[in-house]
Ligand binder design. Structure first.
Ligand code: ZN
Length: 245
């Protein structure tokens, strides 16, 4: 019977049968794993608080066979909690967006230490200070790179030009075309593309501040790109827009 002892962070928790819950964990040793937890939603359960999203845990999981889709969480202990994230609606929204992206890009049982470190470092940072959309975008970009799915922002897919007053994103190609070559699709100003190039280059600029319009354009670009290339319908952008950050 396979048993896994590992550090984990809860990405999401949803209701299972009766008072059971299904938790989606990102584990240090084995990437994404869905686990069931018996009776965790009862108020008397000692695991109720500890399995809520964004806690850093030590867990022991088991399954009857390795390929089992849902494992069983048998033991869990708290390593580190991020109280400032869990207690603030705005930070929950940012963290949920990051968690959703990690879930969309991670295959079950695929260990990825770069993603593990990104998640842990980001939660620690957002526990100390307010998240920014620029940080979220840089995290999203690193996830795209980790999955080999980043769009090509360097030049026009049609003519090779690097400068244009406006750009159009071409989902099927995962590329941009300049305004001289294409006149339809998702339009982005040159400022947004220049900022994104600087934020995601080999030596990313840490202190770029985007205008609200640039944030909006980049958010739509990333959302369109991810939904097109993963087939996953993301829920968190809607949540972020409703809260109007
Ligand atoms: Zn062009």
């Amino acid at each position: 019977m396979p048993i896994l002892h590992t550090e984990a962070i809860t990405l999401r928790r949803r209701r299972g049968r009766e008072a059971d819950a299904l938790v989606t964990l990102f584990t240090r040793r084995a990437g994404k794993i869905i686990a069931s937890t018996r009776g965790v939603l009862k108020t008397t359960s000692r695991y109720a608080g500890v399995t809520q999203p964004f806690n850093h845990l030590n867990v022991i999981l088991y399954a009857k066979v390795q390929e089992q889709e849902i494992w069983t969480l048998t033991q869990v202990s708290l390593v580190e909690s991020f109280d400032a994230v869990q207690g603030d609606l705005k930070r929950i929204a940012w963290a949920s967006c990051l968690a959703e992206w990690i879930e969309a890009f991670s295959g079950d049982f695929e260990s990825n230490l770069a993603v593990w470190d990104l998640l842990l470092d980001t939660l620690r940072g957002w526990n100390r200070r307010e998240p920014t959309e620029e940080e979220l975008i840089q995290c999203q970009w690193r996830l795209l790179v980790s999955a080999g799915l980043q769009p090509n922002l360097h030049h026009c897919h049609r003519c090779g030009g690097r400068e244009s007053s406006a750009w159009y994103y071409l989902p099927a190609d995962g590329c941009l075309a300049c305004a001289a070559c294409v006149h339809q699709g998702l339009r982005l100003g040159h400022g947004a593309i220049q900022a994104l190039r600087r934020m995601t280059g080999p030596a990313p600029a840490p202190l770029i501040r985007l205008t609200p319009q640039q944030k909006n354009e980049i958010r739509r670009l990333l959302l369109t790109h991810v939904e097109y290339h993963t087939g996953v319908r993301l829920r968190s952008p809607l949540f972020l827009e409703q809260l109007d950050f």
